[in-house]
Design a protein around this ligand. Sequence first.
Ligand code: SAM
Length: 350
Amino acid sequence: ERDDEDASPVKKLDTEEGHSQKVASHYNTLQECGLAARSQSRIFYMRNFNNWLKSVLIGEILDKVRRRTGELSVLDLGCGKGGDLLKWRKGRIDRLVCADIAAVSVEQCQQRYGDMKRKCRPHEQIFSAEFVVADCTKELLSEKLKDPEKTFDVCSCQFVYHYSFETREQADMMLRNACERLRPGGYFIGTTPDAFELVKRLEASEANSFGNEVYSVTFQKKGDYPLFGCQYDFNLEGVVNVPEFLVYFPLFEEMAKKYNMRLVFKKTFHEFFEEKIQNEQHKFLMKKMQALEQYPADGRNQPASDSAEEYEHVKRRIDGADVKGPLGTLSKSEWEATSIYLVFAFEKMS
Ligand code: SAM
């Protein structure tokens, strides 16, 4: 996913660096670009759609854990520039730990949190947050936290886990970081490319790659898909991205058992959309995002939506509007790109 990450040209990656370093420098060099540039992007609606999906997933999971717990603690694993901060605010959590390998992104995330805190309403209690730069496939995160004994109700890993599937050790370390400190009844949620979908598209293509004018995926070869280190290049909007690795989901599910995790669901983005759009609240959010489509869906630059004036404005635009399917606002090419992904939730048993 390149969801909240602005797709501006990146510097050439140093091929001498290790893979983790490549990932860090790639995300570190992505520039923050303005709203105008963002809304002209060909993947603008795709970003909005991905944000809707993450909002629904996060909202539903927080509702589940809220019933069982007093204070709500969340780990945002691979937080990037903090594209989900507003979702944590809306979800009224108490504590957040943001971790990412890219130091510049973590810095921007921290800044964004600071801005959000400064601008919040006088009586609003905003969650406390801690920011950590770490390669979560190689380092034990808890050792870097102020309180190494800290436990979480939710770990959210959005568009990140596939970077760990380079080796079994790395995939296991990321899982350990995600799950080891979860309280029983806590959730590990995320989004990651669907290996079946990628391989299906590859096998259907005559070349070692497939895609359209929005995205392309290139494998080294066909027919041989090792369980770890099965690398492909993902290219979005002409920006060369860092290599990613296939996540064979049955193996992921099996590995998660080591940390007492039970798979609650695994759905393609399409299945998830079809199911969740039936819910009036989620439908309203989709309508709102589509009505406000000139604003980035994560809330940046959005007028304060709690003012009566703004509410009326939004309401006028939404009333009478029909919710559009994923293809309503997304171009066919964007939909092809985003339908590569799946969404998952695991629950900690004990
Ligand atoms: N989760 C954010 C979101 O949804 O907006 C950012 C997603 S972005 C596509 C992927 C993120 O994963 C980047 O910020 C990248 O730095 C981070 N990442 C990749 N490998 C990582 C690793 N080994 N440890 C920690 N973070 C990593």
